[in-house]
Write a protein that binds this ligand. Structure first.
Ligand SMILES: Cc1cc2nc3c(=O)[nH]c(=O)nc-3n(C[C@H](O)[C@H](O)[C@H](O)COP(=O)(O)OP(=O)(O)OC[C@H]3O[C@@H](n4cnc5c(N)ncnc54)[C@H](O)[C@@H]3O)c2cc1C
Length: 283
């Protein structure tokens, strides 16, 4: 299929891009890597009258360490994060999550900001943002800049807190020091597919005791699912293999996954039980 006709605008500044969007927000879409939007347009699942391409705007790709946070600018490609030299547990998590996003051609074009704005519940970046309580910054011509907590950002399938006249400009994540362990594990039928279930986890262990625990699961609902049960099972306890097993069991009991052609609810629950320990580094 070919997309329905649309106007194409390629501004060279963020101000210009925001102005185009402000002119007709409901009929204009931001084009970042195009790896989700273009297929949707080709299938006529999306029919915007206008695309505002952000690929010629300087200064909106790359990462910065600012105090104790990593700022990821919106047009940072998946591949750049796969190749990041950021040390520590956050660098490890970003490299491993990026490597699971689609195939190499998709990773060379697709962007971190585009993934969050697209809001697929199985997206690795949506899970990382949910796991680490990301701060997500968006700008509009009318209201300037605002920051949205990840917990408020992901609303439902393909729906975020972004207003139609807003552009997601950057995302900040906490830098994790070496007391943290963070990881991701997913099961997909073929390499490069979206995971049927994906588990992300980060735990802080001090003197053998878990002081902080975060678990976010994909493929078990419309948006990334923070497993409060798994997190509270681990917090304050001795960091042992048995604890990881108990946390995985708690998460599997807590989720209420959908059934579809890729797997029924019981299967997805089993995947949660199997994958969470792997995300925490236990094979
Ligand atoms: C075969 C295939 C396999 C894939 N596998 C995976 C996978 O395993 N995991 C995964 O996470 N993804 C996967 N993807 C999707 C890919 O990661 C996309 O790159 C990503 O979902 C969207 O990023 P993008 O930059 O391409 O955004 P685009 O396609 O350009 O845009 C997507 C949506 O976000 C909006 N948008 C984009 N940027 C902004 C912005 N800065 N501000 C406001 N709105 C914005 C657009 O208007 C559009 O609605 C796959 C894609 C394909 C084609």
């Amino acid at each position: 299929m070919k997309p329905s006709p649309f106007e194409y605008v390629a501004p060279t500044s963020m101000e210009e891009a925001l102005a185009v969007l402000a002119g007709d927000p409901d009929e204009t879409k931001v084009l970042a890597g195009g790896q989700s939007l273009v297929p949707m347009m080709n299938f006529r699942l999306a029919r915007p009258e206008r695309l505002v391409d952000i690929n010629r705007i300087p200064g909106i790709a790359g990462t910065d360490v600012v105090a104790d946070r990593l700022v990821i600018r919106t047009r940072t490609r998946h591949l750049a994060l796969q190749n990041t030299s950021l040390p520590g547990p956050l660098g490890h998590l970003l490299r491993h999550a990026a490597a699971k996003v689609g195939h190499l051609p998709i990773r060379t074009r697709g962007t971190f900001g585009g993934s969050l704005a697209h809001c697929d519940a199985a997206s690795e970046w949506c899970l990382v943002a949910s796991l680490l309580d990301a701060d997500i910054t968006a700008e509009s011509q009318a209201r300037g800049s605002r920051t949205i907590a990840a917990a408020d950002f992901f609303r439902s399938i393909f729906t975020t807190a972004l207003e139609p006249d807003e552009i997601l400009t950057s995302v900040s994540l906490p830098l994790l020091d070496d007391s943290w362990t963070a990881g991701i594990a997913e099961f997909a039928r073929r390499a490069g597919d979206f995971g049927i279930v994906t588990a992300t986890a980060a735990v802080q262990v001090v003197d053998g005791t878990v002081t902080e625990a975060r678990v976010s699961l994909g493929g078990v609902g419309e948006v990334p699912f923070r497993s409060v049960a798994a997190e509270s099972t681990m917090r304050g306890e001795a960091w042992t293999t048995d604890l990881i097993t108990a946390a995985a069991q708690a998460a599997a009991e807590e989720v209420d996954p959908p059934s579809d052609i890729h797997g029924d609810a019981a299967y997805r629950r089993d995947l949660v039980r199997a994958l969470l320990p792997r995300a925490l580094g236990r094979p």
